[in-house]
Ligand binder design. Structure first.
Ligand code: ZN
Ligand code: ZN
Length: 153
């Protein structure tokens, strides 16, 4: 088994344990949707997850995909990512990271935080405030788009 497959298996196990606490089962549909999400971590939208999962599971509906994604995010197994380019995207990466969106091709890349980096220290919070959620969104050009010559309109 490759490292990636072993990782997916661990993640699936965590999901199974988490929903079992609520008396739910890891159904074939739940498992399949999560596996699709773990398979290619490029921050797909719910529709993209649906389109990737559907060919192997005829009975799957978009509503089910939304439901599974919702339970995954409630359980902290998947992060919802709001990027200003529009639709909600889903991220299954558990390491501390920010998101880099390429304004050329629209790709969304995970960018790890440097070891020891403390985001809390970047901003001056008003007295008595506390941060409970952080989201780093960077925009720019990926290496490929950067090399493309500018359009002459
Ligand atoms: Zn991510
Ligand atoms: Zn790009």
């Amino acid at each position: 088994m490759t490292g990636k497959a072993a990782h997916s298996k661990r993640q699936l196990k965590r999901y199974e344990e988490s929903i079992a606490q609520d008396g739910l089962r890891l159904t074939r549909q739940r498992k399949h949707v999560y596996e699709v999400l773990l398979g290619r971590q490029d921050h797909p939208t719910a529709m993209e997850v649906f389109l990737r999962a559907k060919p192997e599971m005829e009975s799957l509906s978009l509503a089910t995909v939304y439901n599974v994604l919702e339970t995954l995010s409630e359980r902290g197994l998947v992060r919802k990512v709001h990027l200003d380019s529009g639709s909600m995207r889903y991220c299954a990466n558990h390491a501390r990271h920010g998101h880099f969106t390429c304004t050329g091709c629209g790709a969304v890349l995970d960018v790890p935080l440097l070891p020891g980096a403390e985001l809390e220290k970047l901003h001056q919070l008003p007295r008595g405030y506390t941060v409970t959620h952080q989201e780093v969104a960077l925009r720019g050009l990926c290496a490929t788009c950067r090399k493309k010559p500018p359009l002459n309109l």
